[in-house]
Design a protein around this ligand. Structure first.
Ligand code: NAD
Length: 248
């Protein structure tokens, strides 16, 4: 059985959606969890749900683009939960438009949240895991858009492809500290991020999914827990697709 007891996990963007599901799945498997989000109210709700599993939790308001926030959140996790063993870079946003219509601001903002956010998270986690001397695991949430591109998502697909290269770089750099770094590329998962998509676009997307349906946040969360656990002890720099077979 996957056992994360005695481990402390930090999950960014965990107030809702996939991040919330990852925080809860970590707790179900025994981890204490620091719940980071821009939105302290939703983070506090997720932390309460983590405690319902009998685990310790702390909710932290943190903007992943701020080095000060990310370092502060990492310190809070270490001080209040007693260590740092797992870090999940999940926080994300979309600002969709075709290339011809996209503003520089929306291009920069999406790169900033996903790429700078993942960089700051890996730096904060890597430093503390090295100092702690017990190894660790980092899981970065990319997207299948980062593999195949996506109409209207030049910023998002570019950032998610960047996260793959950043994951492989960190896997090479952190291996000597016993820290594994892997990425997940989810396909269409039912969250607030996908809720606004028009019905005809959704129907078209589902038709292209071999398993014939969209995914649930828990189905990504279980893979994150697996990658964070000893069950994935020989995996680093890997990119795992969780797409129902779409774009394989
Ligand atoms: N839903 C999908 O189909 C899908 C597919 C592939 C990848 N993803 C990725 O999964 C991750 C989670 O997406 P989701 O669908 O749960 O989205 P969501 O919008 O439901 O949740 C995103 C969370 O991130 C938080 N957040 C946004 N910017 C932040 C910042 N600067 N600092 C801290 N927190 C911030 C939000 O407050 C929110 O709680 C994202 O990285 C997304 O790109 C989602």
């Amino acid at each position: 059985m996957i056992d994360l007891s005695g481990k402390v996990a930090v999950v960014t963007g965990a107030g809702q959606g996939i991040g919330r599901a990852i925080a809860l799945e970590m707790a179900r498997h025994g981890a204490d969890v620091a719940v980071l989000d821009l939105n302290l109210e939703t983070a506090a709700r997720t932390a309460e749900e983590v405690r319902a599993f009998g685990r310790k939790a702390v909710a932290v308001r943190a903007d992943v683009t701020s080095a000060e926030d990310v370092e502060g959140a990492a310190e809070t996790a270490v001080r209040q939960l007693g260590g740092l063993h797992v870090w999940v870079n999940n926080a994300g946003i979309t600002r969709d438009a075709t290339i011809l219509k996209m503003s520089e601001e929306d291009f920069d903002l999406v790169l900033r949240v996903h790429m700078r956010g993942t960089f700051l998270g890996m730096r904060a986690a890597g430093a503390r895991m090295r100092a702690q001397g017990q190894g660790g695991a980092i899981v970065n949430i990319s997207s299948i858009s980062g593999k195949v591109g996506n109409f209207g998502q030049v910023n998002y697909a570019g950032a998610k492809a960047g996260i793959v290269a950043m994951t492989k770089t960190a896997a090479r750099e952190f291996a000597r500290f016993g820290v594994r770094v892997n990425a997940i590329q989810p396909g269409w998962i039912e969250t607030a991020m996908t809720a606004a998509v028009p019905e005809d676009v959704r129907a078209q997307a589902v038709a292209a999914i071999p398993l014939g349906r969209t995914g649930r946040p828990e189905e990504v969360a279980r893979v994150a827990v697996f990658l964070a656990s000893e069950y994935a002890s020989y995996m680093t720099g890997a990119v795992v697709e969780v797409t129902g077979g779409r774009n394989m």
